[in-house]
Design a protein. Sequence first.
Length: 321
Amino acid sequence: MKLPTCTTCDRPAAWLRPWDRVRLCKMHFNEAFLKRVQKTINRYRLFERNDRIAVGVSGGKDSVVLLDTIVRLQKKHHTEVIAITIDEGISGYREDGLKYAKMAAERAGVEHRVFSFKDRFGSTLDDALIILEQNGQRLGACAYCGVFRRKLLNEAARIVEADKVATGHNADDEAQTILMNLLRGDILKTFRSDPVPRFKDPLFVPRVKPFRWTTEQEIVLYAHFNNLPYQEMPCPNSVEAHRGIIREIMTQYMEHSPDALFSILSSADKLFELVQNGKNGLVVPENPTPCKGCGEPSATGMCKACAIQSKIAKQKRLKIS
Ligand code: SF4
Ligand code: ZN
């Protein structure tokens, strides 16, 4: 039986792209993959000449592939790339991620720096959760982790003197987040994941998402075709029930409409444009003000990380007395 060939050349097809039924061999898959990421970078002007780009590398598939991609694409540009990893202190999980992050940085030939919750905030995530649990105040692990990680990522980017921080959020993540905000009645929250960094503050290093239009499936394939090892084990805390349900619904829906992900992203982009052009009186999130605790940019008077840290400190004091 003759195997189907690539739509562009005579090599055997390695993937049938679901949304336009184009068949791609490995070589043309790689070419299309890089082209799409470059298009995203150009579309939102994510990088500028002479930028120093910090890539957040957790060791998972998205970040490992992102580092490889950015290094390949930026070869032609006058930019510098550095890998940074946040060590949350999640026992039995983060150790392995660090190993893969280190491997990815070595392979890409870039400097790699690790920043830990323990060094910066005085407790690992595991310890902080135990302390907060005792106080009966514990929310989901991700709620705390996300707050601390965003803050540390920003500080780390400043320490390494980066102009931008690139993260591996992919099209699936972004579309899920938009739908989740919509279903929670909080569509305005979507503006926080605006692909074009809008907040201007000398202390805030703009975060950019070059994989906004790249699907999870493409990222897994790219890692596979290019022999990029990554941590497959998910974080033990990652039971985000709500996101799981959205993911299932979307998977089912996309069996009939494989380009639904892109429709959701296009809708969000149209909203961003409306807000940017101020055409409909939508409220643009306020510019940040300095946090009373640490001086970092914050939407309210005190950043969430400082608020949680003060809870942890209070709990520790109670324990001692
Ligand atoms: Fe942190 Fe939650 Fe991600 Fe685990 S799944 S690394 S706890 S945000
Ligand atoms: Zn081909």
